[in-house]
Design a protein around this ligand. Structure first.
Ligand SMILES: [Zn+2]
Length: 115
């Protein structure tokens, strides 16, 4: 399953960068088009974290938005998956360009007693 692979690599990189310290929190930001099911990822993570340095870590998932921009006028909008995606500019009706939304970024890893 997609989410299992992601949870595994997420956990792997977090443990690597924690340098032997206990992980308390991980903030992960997959793009809106990454196809990640938040609930599913959380469930996988909570299963995989058992008996690791991240066994008590909390995973926060923040879906990263994509940006829609018009090449003809200055129209710009963030698309976060909660609204219907626009194809054409609402101001001048030109076709909109879509940027981003497909990345996967670990924003933050918090460890115990460490700043
Ligand atoms: Zn426009």
């Amino acid at each position: 399953m997609h989410e299992t692979t992601i949870a595994e690599s997420l956990l792997g990189s977090a443990i690597k960068s924690a340098d032997g310290k206990k992980i308390t929190k991980i903030v992960f930001s997959p793009g809106v088009f990454s196809g990640i099911e938040k609930e599913c990822l959380l469930a996988c993570f909570n299963e995989l974290k058992k008996n690791t340095l991240a066994s008590t870590a909390e995973l926060e998932v923040i879906i990263g938005p994509a940006e829609l921009s018009c090449s003809k006028c200055a129209f710009k909008e963030q698309f976060d998956g909660t609204q219907k995606i626009k194809i054409n500019c609402p101001k001048c009706n030109s076709q909109l360009n879509l940027k981003g939304g497909d990345g996967m970024l670990i924003k933050k890893i918090e460890v115990e007693n460490g700043n």
